[in-house]
Design a protein around this ligand. Sequence first.
Ligand SMILES: Cc1cc2nc3c(=O)[nH]c(=O)nc-3n(C[C@H](O)[C@H](O)[C@H](O)COP(=O)(O)OP(=O)(O)OC[C@H]3O[C@@H](n4cnc5c(N)ncnc54)[C@H](O)[C@@H]3O)c2cc1C
Length: 477
Amino acid sequence: MIAPTPGFVAVPPDALASLAALVGAENLVTTQGELETLSKDCYWYSPVLKSRLDPRRAAAAVRPGSMAELRAVLALAYAKDLPVTVRGGATGNYGQCIPLCGGLVVDIGRLDRVLEVSADGLLSAEPGARVIKLEQAAREHGWELRCYPSTWVKSTLSGFIAGGSAGIGSITWGGLRDNGTIKRIKLLTLEAEPREIVLEEADALKAFHAYGTNGVITEIQLRLAPARRWEQLIVTSPDWAALTSFVTGVARDDAVPKRLVSLQEASFGAAFKPLKKWIADGHAVSFFDVEESCAPALAEAARASGLTVALTIPHHEPRRQPMLAEYGWNHATLWMMKARPGHTYLQLGMGRDFAAQAEALRARFPDQLHLHYEFVRGRSVAGAPAEVVAVLIPAVRFQSEEQLRAIISAAGELGIASGDPHTCYVEDGGKDPGVESKWALKRETDPKGLLNPGKMKAEWAADAAGPRDVFPVFLQP
Ligand SMILES: Cc1cc2nc3c(=O)[nH]c(=O)nc-3n(C[C@H](O)[C@H](O)[C@H](O)COP(=O)(O)OP(=O)(O)OC[C@H]3O[C@@H](n4cnc5c(N)ncnc54)[C@H](O)[C@@H]3O)c2cc1C
């Protein structure tokens, strides 16, 4: 028996019996081993979160099979004062779906229907639909997702919306919160009789990246992009500066339709075991998804710049391995952590002169950083067209939490923005400018403060007039 952590809320026997009656005994989990699994996500990317969140787990888990069951589970949780942490594919890196104070994990994996792909490019689906399934459904109708995570095989739609931020396609469409990509979110409140709230357009962002603290998402509608045929290329070079210059040129060339531009130092190239036969020792590596009509010219330009076109993969349907995107974004970090135990990562938003900024940062932390960039479309400033910018996701040779904080602080001095991946709090991760509206939605949806408690630093109690700082209760080591 695992000792309960401070703040742990148990599920009483009568509530367990009611849950079994609601969802079926086979969809109620109470055994310690299974609960341990269902209480964890990919938080171990962060040694800081790993040490803090390791002992946290749910008291029980349920897998509702219909919206009616989900609604009944939420009503019961409210009546019994049970914390509710929703779980999708559990690929989040910040411990988003780790319950901090026991209670119920609600796995939404069985609510996974694609509801509609409309002729004008809108996709509606239930929360547990896997992202790969959405891409396939969209493509059957001549559309594709504007943006998907490299974990598209395991990730669920609502997990991506409530816990993710950007991904493949963001070089054209920006992050999830940009350009109206999320059109509508329907969610349920945690009340005696859960209400459905429908959030449209900009309002939908109140539930975006909120870690399930301000509602249980039941349906999402996304705007799609017209489907293209994507050719994949690996371009490598032992000359980091030459590869950086070439990749930056392609990334910023709006005449080339693209979905992925990823640039990584040779240490990453060496970590990608399945790609070893194509990536020569000591070569830095870049991955591209570009419209197939542009691929020959891109390959030609790379060769003319003295670079190696190591592999081209023609477009194929259905899309299957090797998918180069699965060596970009946080998959690159994963390969590095496997190859070099003791490494972790950071997420840094770079300025236009990103290469000089990164070298200045590295000079202050010698032998600690391996460089990996993903290129994304930033936001429009003062009406000017949105530029493509570099996001630096460096692998970091971990020494201590203080070291990570020092790098983030030094990055700030160099004009580099950071989204801290070593915190599980809504407010601290993405520095989201819309956080006040997330708090306001929570006040409306979660009067008892039972939705993923502890993840939103400013929680509201039913009778409180303003924010109540409850997080230290849960996370004191
Ligand atoms: C190898 C690797 C690569 C990654 N690459 C990317 C990437 O390219 N882009 C990116 O943005 N992220 C990336 N991530 C992070 C993660 O994969 C994404 O955020 C992913 O989309 C999360 O989906 P999920 O279903 O696994 O969510 P989960 O981890 O299950 O949940 C995430 C959050 O959403 C909440 N949630 C889930 N469903 C609901 C619901 N119905 N209602 C309310 N709240 C809900 C959960 O409570 C949790 O707080 C990566 C992670 C790994 C391990």
